[in-house]
Design a protein around this ligand. Structure first.
Ligand code: FES
Length: 220
């Protein structure tokens, strides 16, 4: 910038900040655009807003596709040995879990942010068996798909206790016929939060999140 331009710029700033001036911005937009960290934050915000908009649009879909559909998912002995098995039923990705003599099936991607429940720990919480999502440790009851959380431990009026957020994860029915195991997709009507990650848009978001994780791990 020449000396003349610097003077013009100074005068311009003085004018903008003068009493009565309606323009009180003293920052030139060009300076912002060329700061990579600010531009990065703007991009991330835009991505987040796009995600929220897309999620809201998808949430207006009412019935899960393929509800009521049954599918042979494997031999009982193989599923018992594997303990956790990822299967596709219709267009849904489902995890089949064998635990303490009982089969469970639920959407594989966690309702919170799509983490895979395939390797989640199983804990008994408040007399209910729950799977703990490895990503952010949300607890989900395996029989009903309820999201459980502990009440505010700082609340002096009430000792901490487990509470339910309601059904958040879609669970499916498992049946056995002559040593074969079938999964029948849930027919519960209406929206359940885990439906999002079974939609086209949810899958694209998962793919994008995976690519971002890989890029981050490479750069660190
Ligand atoms: S993705 Fe499962 S707890 Fe966040």
């Amino acid at each position: 910038m020449s000396e003349a331009e610097r003077v013009i710029c100074r005068v311009d700033r003085a004018n903008r900040s003068a009493p009565g001036s309606s323009d009180n911005s003293c920052v030139r937009p060009a300076e912002n655009i060329h700061r990579p960290h600010i531009q990065q934050a703007v991009n991330q915000l835009q991505t987040f807003k796009d995600l929220i908009n897309r999620r809201s649009a998808t949430m207006s879909e009412k019935e899960p596709a393929d509800s009521g559909k049954s599918c042979l998912v494997g031999k009982k002995e193989n599923l018992i040995e594997a303990k956790r098995t990822s299967v596709t039923v219709g267009d849904r990705v489902v995890v089949v879990i064998y635990h303490q003599g009982v089969f469970y099936a639920m959407d594989q991607h966690c309702y919170h942010a799509g983490g895979s429940l395939l390797n989640g720990d199983i804990e008994e919480i408040d007399n209910r068996l729950c799977i703990v999502c490895p990503k952010h440790k949300y607890k989900i009851s395996m029989a009903e798909g309820e999201g459980l959380y502990i009440s505010n431990p700082k609340d002096k009026d009430q000792p901490p206790c487990w509470k339910s957020k309601g059904i958040k994860q879609r669970v499916h029915k498992v049946t056995e016929v002559d040593g074969d195991i079938y999964v029948t997709l849930s027919e519960t009507p209406g929206w359940i939060d885990s439906d999002y990650y079974q939609s086209e848009q949810g899958r694209m978001d998962l793919k994008l999140a995976k690519e971002l994780d890989i890029a981050k791990s490479k750069s660190s």
